[in-house]
Design a protein around this ligand. Sequence first.
Ligand code: ZN
Length: 302
Amino acid sequence: MNGEKKILELTWKEVEALAKEKTVLLVTLAPIEEHGLHLPLGVDIVEGKKWEGDLVRRLVSKYPDYYFLVMPALPIAHGCIGQYPGNLHFSQRTVRTVVLESLQSFVGWGIRNIVLIASHGNPRFQIAVEEACQKINRKYGVCAFSPLGAFFSYKELKLDLKFPPGMAKKLEAYPDDFHAGWIETSMMLDIAEETVGDYLRQPDTAVKEKEMMFPKKVEKKIAGFGHIGLPRKAEKSLGKEINENMAEYLFEAVSSFLDRQGYEKFQHHFLYRIPFLRTFFLRVLAAALLGILALLTVIFLL
Ligand SMILES: [Zn+2]
């Protein structure tokens, strides 16, 4: 009876009957988004589901008396690259609201172990998901966990991701590979080779890490293509290594969350603490300015 369960195949009675203290719910959140001329729009969802599946397999054998309740992927994210047909855009605030309301529902079912696989690197997206988790955790005690923001900031957080040798070497040689380049193309060759187009003929698009902060500049550099990096350097064997490495990272992070031991370091993107990247920054700023204005008016009138 134990192990993986797909929510779409259960009745409400079966959800009700699950031993809630031993139930873990997993949901992948990712955009439908252009990935160049050689990869399909669903890359981030396909990757997220692959990592989730590999993670669940590992968890089932480590926690044999737990249930792992798998949701369908939610195609909701913030921060698509450019204005391409096929991109499905949501504001950072919408993402926060949808995640928060989803978490509210899961908690309402009685579940206290919720794992979000937010398989899209945009920092504002990661922050919105983490804000929703934080809010739920404050209200109900720790029950929601989103470990990919920390993964995407491994350098700044000094997390040792134990990259396999092939990947470490390639990262050193071609570090600026942010979207549909050799990293994602390799992963897709491993997961669904039949969906990968002619990656060997795609030109390199050179965007430095610092330039990623300026979307207009990036759009100009990748116009007509859509990828950022070097798809022609992709390799299927490397993709297997990268996907395995991701599953291992998730396994370590989620195990620490289920054990409630040492999970804190995986909870936030390194930019989480920067106020202007937060969802309600403008609203809070406007309220603060209005407050100061009101105070000054009172002082002036006195
Ligand atoms: Zn992607």
